[in-house]
Write a protein that binds this ligand. Structure first.
Ligand SMILES: [Zn+2]
Length: 109
């Protein structure tokens, strides 16, 4: 009789592992870009760098939140309506927190 090692079963599916890797890579990229910009990201010195750094900070926050949702097991769910976010959307924006309908609604408001 074969002895199957039951303890080998992992909780994470290959898909969520893949998303985590993607998100962590993007997070690292942004942190590096931000670190480069930060010394001159002062509105009176370099307004463009200041704005770009601010945008990076927002994205870093969104990616961190997405990683937290992965840990919590709610990744891929819209934070507003709770429905599944379209996989095509997550492919383009892995840190998306809302489905396209809710996002459009928020931007229009
Ligand atoms: Zn939604």
């Amino acid at each position: 009789m074969a002895n199957f090692p039951l303890s080998d079963v992992t909780v994470e599916t290959p898909h969520t592992l893949d998303m985590r890797t993607q998100l962590e890579q993007r997070l690292q990229e942004r942190q590096m870009l931000l670190a480069e910009l930060e010394p001159r990201a002062i509105p009176t010195i370099d307004p463009v760098a200041y704005q770009t750094a601010a945008a990076h900070r927002v994205t870093i926050q969104q990616i961190s939140a997405a990683l937290e949702r992965l840990d919590a097991g709610t990744y891929g769910q819209c934070v507003r309506c709770g429905r599944q976010i379209a996989p095509a959307r997550l492919e383009v924006v892995p840190h998306a927190s809302a489905c396209i309908e809710c996002q459009n609604h928020a931007e229009a408001a």
